[in-house]
Design a binder for this molecule. Sequence first.
Ligand code: FEO
Length: 392
Amino acid sequence: MTTEMTPGVIWTGVVDWSVRMFHSYAVPDGVTYNSYLIKDEHLTLVDTVKNHFEAEFIHKLQQITDIKKIEYLISLHAEPDHAGCVASIYNLNPNVTIVCSVPAKEILILYNPGLAKAKFMTVTNDSVLKIGKNELKFRMTQMQHWPESMGCYMGDILFSSDFFGQHLASTERYVDDFDIFRVIMRMEDYVANIMNPFRANVAKTVAFYQSLPINFIFPAHGLCFKHENCKVALEVYQKFVDQTIKVKKIVILFSSMYGSTAKVSQIIAQGVLSAGYEPVLLNADTVEKAEISYQLFKSKAVLIGSATLNNQMMPNIDGAINYAGTLRIINGLKFGVYGGAGWSNTGVEQIVGRMNEFGAENVGTCSWILAADEQVMQQAFELGRKVALSVE
Ligand code: FEO
């Protein structure tokens, strides 16, 4: 099905209902790949979809137009989940002009050597593309996600590519017809797992988009925004770049072998609660790394509990720290570490070292051999409280 989003702009995307893992990023609510057809004097398509959906996408377009009549194909982002059918459109319509950033042209051709013969128009922040009564302007967003991304705007409509996207599968197209809190949560989760390393660059684009008279935001993933709800999307990104997106929560991330580290986690949580913070207990062995990263992104500090296995921290703690650390989510966090061991508590020391490498600040540790006695429980309570009180 296609949807008329606003007079002359048709949603021609696809919904990936069953996907649950997106290059190691857990997406429990599925994904939508958005594409938009602009009906003007010069028929224009904004983005395509993931190649797995080529048949559905082409069929959908053919229901509403003759693909040979598409004059411009705007490729905002060369990542294959959006540019996966650029070559398909070109093969059906070799006269189409592919409009993209300078670095995107090279990437599109590297992915699809057959596009080397295609007509390209590369654009910059100063370019204007007149497609009839509408004109498209462009905003380069390079290294805010990938090195070639851009957004484009047409009157009061912003085609924002990955900006303001959320991984959600839905039959609805507008936030107005959906659960807005779920959309906000998935948008924040997207920022944490995709945009966070590029915050300084993203800030410039957010300031620019804030200055536009936007009445519609059409992202490349998930639900779209219109009228007052555009402010909701902009506010999430504004809070992200202003670093005010965190709430009064503290993550307690643990991995236990025979249960003592898990049991102590409950006491740590009591210490956190006693200081007025909400504890978010996450078992690294059962919670996906993307969810852990999102919770850390929203939290003011973290306590990490790990048993020691083969003289190492537990493997899922290791994986979670590396995943969040390379996303720069750990940088600047206050942290405490705790854990039990059979005979040598090297796991706790390792975690302190790794967290320091990722730019976090150690507040204290608590460790024990085999079972945690009442003295350890008291130390754990104090550690939870101390970490919470260390947060400004
Ligand atoms: Fe959704 Fe960056 O691709």
